[in-house]
Design a protein. Structure first.
Length: 393
């Protein structure tokens, strides 16, 4: 789906053109002109009026065609549907609630959500809320997604109503993204790059930031270098493979299963093996006999230990916090543990990388908001190639 398809599929597109405020004005003016004194004045000699009205009509049509229709503030409902928990627990505690649409602060935007990411961290929050700072029940889960701007705080610059955006906020005090609306700090919002669908942007937000910052900032990967991406067929990994390829690095992808191996080869990995079954060290020796320059880990454990054994003595190793069972590395290795960051510059750099890489966003499964618990069960079951998402609109 391309950027224009979103316009057709969005709820705003369902508003007939005649409901556009300018179009309504033009229609009323035309009707008045036609029926004044019971006489059709369209062919009258009042020529000076005709261009004005025609110009208005054309302007209305241009507005209708060129931009997603803005949501007038009055159209934002008081309440919304959201998938939330009233206590920590199993998937059964995650249910659909009717909650107030979050109030907007001066430096925040209200996003009418379209697609929302479901990640393994969401399952952790549901099960043991204790490490989540703001804990007001009902607690709306979800840390990222895409949509269109429905309202702007008074201090917000650079965005307008109807803009297609994507966003990532960890532990948002105004509530998470498993909802029809979310209020987020404008710093955590980026415009969806030209040509990217809202569906892909919603699936990509946090995993794309994590993948691009892992490759470009934590590892500072350069052309011609070799990198092992471990956990390459998951949410972050599938995008990291493509960003590494964008930098002209050579990728050995450690994927999961035959289907994972096929996927990451398709995404640009020079070599790919199944990390649950294949000989990682043997593959690494063949791939880079003098050792690899860098390792990006998106999963831990014994398989990661094999990846790290293939590093050059002064190699680089990066992983985002959240990866468990990270083995110790040799003295000379530079280790960077990092968290995905947001901000205008971060989204600008990400958008350039998405465009440069012609990023493919693999989506393994999509669920309606009401089936958020099922979506989380799919994530918990493992072997997700790419992302699981919720479709809100
Ligand atoms: N701190 C941050 O800012 C941040 C942001 C995003 C993500 N993260 C963390 O980054 C990690 C990755 O996130 P994600 O969204 O990409 O998770 P994910 O989709 O679950 O990806 C992890 C992948 O690793 C694979 N895997 C596990 N063991 C493997 C092995 N031995 N060989 C090959 N593949 C193996 C899994 O496949 P199977 O399930 O089939 O084994 C899965 O595809 C998570 O720990 C997450 O918490 C942190």
């Amino acid at each position: 789906m391309n950027h224009r398809d979103f316009d057709k599929r969005s709820p705003f597109a369902a508003i007939p053109s005649a409901c556009h405020p300018l179009a309504t004005l033009v229609t009323k003016a035309t009707a008045f002109r036609r029926t004044r004194f019971g006489v059709d004045v369209r062919r009258s000699t009042h020529r000076q009026r005709v261009p004005t009205l025609r110009a208005l009509l054309v302007a209305g049509l241009i507005l209708d065609c060129a931009a997603p229709l803005a949501v007038p503030r009055a159209d934002i409902p008081r309440n919304m549907e959201a998938a939330a928990i009233d206590r920590p627990g199993g998937p059964e505690v995650l249910t659909l609630h009717t909650l107030p649409v979050p109030a907007l602060g001066g430096d925040e935007v209200l996003i009418a959500l379209h697609t929302v990411g479901v990640g393994p961290w969401d399952v952790d929050v549901r099960e043991r809320v204790d490490y989540w700072k703001s804990r007001h029940y009902p607690l709306v889960l979800g840390v990222d997604g895409s949509g269109t701007i429905a309202a702007l705080g008074s201090k917000v610059r650079g965005f307008k109503i109807g803009d297609a955006v994507y966003s990532y906020v960890w532990n948002n005090p105004k509530g998470g993204f498993y909802a029809q609306y979310v209020a987020v700090p404008v710093n955590a919002v980026g415009h969806v790059p030209m040509g990217m669908s809202l569906r892909d942007a919603g699936a990509a937000a946090v995993v794309a930031l994590t993948a691009q910052q892992g490759i470009d900032d934590a590892l500072q990967l350069r052309a011609g270098e070799t990198v092992i991406i471990h956990g390459a067929s998951g949410g972050v990994g599938t995008l990291a493979v493509q960003f590494a390829k964008l930098r002209n690095a050579k990728v050995l992808a450690i994927a999961s299963g035959d289907d994972g191996v096929t996927l990451v080869r398709h995404l640009g990995a020079q070599v790919a093996v199944d990390g649950h079954r294949d000989d990682i060290q043997g593959a690494a020796r063949e791939f880079a006999p003098a050792g690899v320059d860098a390792v990006l880990a998106l999963a831990g454990g014994a398989a990661l230990e094999q990846c790290l054994a293939a590093l050059k003595p002064n190699g680089r190793f990066a992983y985002p916090s959240g990866v468990d069972h990270v083995p110790k590395v040799g003295e000379g290795v530079r280790v960077v543990r990092y968290d995905a960051k947001t901000g205008p510059r971060e989204f600008e750099r990400l958008n350039a990388a998405i465009t440069g890489a012609k990023l493919e966003v693999p989506i393994a499964a999509e669920y309606p908001l009401a089936d958020a618990a099922m979506a989380q069960q799919r994530v918990s079951a493992g072997h997700v190639l790419g992302k699981v998402v919720l479709r809100v609109r």
